[in-house]
Design a protein around this ligand. Structure first.
Ligand code: S3P
Length: 175
């Protein structure tokens, strides 16, 4: 077996990107296709804290959420051969980025503010988008986070392509 094949096998594939870019749905499909486990970091946070992320933000604040997220990122970075979906704000933190980078290949899913707004509209599960002017909030957060998302190994614009096409692009990149 080629060394690169073995290394790829050990490496995680980590999906990052803004809320509503499709990390979870793409991650699940990608994991099934590659016969790997899918790990959703936000789910682990919720299980640990025994409450939805929305409640963590409300009751304990964003700072507390970020501390728990950091701990989970660190633990998940020790895993091997997984498809990992990280919450939209995770790689803004330098230490989180380093940990994830050391554990595999980082793929960033991107979308325009309009697409993100359409995909997340009506969902009350994302506290950061639960504001009066959601479009403005998306635009501002995207701008703030742009440089962090651009540190990914590979990025995919998801506005006009299907889930299957995104999965194929990722597989082609890591092959
Ligand atoms: C967040 C994104 C969410 C979740 C939390 C904060 C962010 O995850 O971690 O609400 O800061 O962008 P998704 O990107 O999976 O929605």
């Amino acid at each position: 077996m080629r060394l690169s094949v073995i290394l790829n096998f050990m490496n995680n594939i980590i999906l990052v990107g803004f809320m509503g870019t499709g990390k979870s749905v793409v991650g699940k499909k990608l994991a099934a296709k590659l016969n790997r486990d899918f790990v959703e970091l936000d789910d682990i946070v919720e299980t640990r804290e025994k409450m939805p992320i929305k409640d963590i933000f409300e009751k304990k604040g964003e700072l507390y959420f970020r501390l728990v997220e950091k701990k989970i990122v660190k633990e998940a970075s020790q895993l091997k051969n997984k498809v990992i979906s990280a919450g939209g704000g995770a790689i803004v933190d330098e230490e989180n980025f380093k940990n994830l980078k050391n554990s595999g290949t980082i793929i960033c899913l991107k979308a325009s503010p309009e697409t993100i707004l359409k995909r997340t509209k009506g969902l009350k599960t994302r506290p950061l988008l639960n504001v009066h002017d959601t479009k403005k909030q998306i635009e501002e957060l995207l701008k703030k986070r742009e440089t962090y998302y651009n540190k990914a190994d590979f990025s995919i614009e998801t506005d006009n392509i299907s889930i299957d096409e995104i999965v194929l692009k990722i597989i082609a990149f890591i092959a």
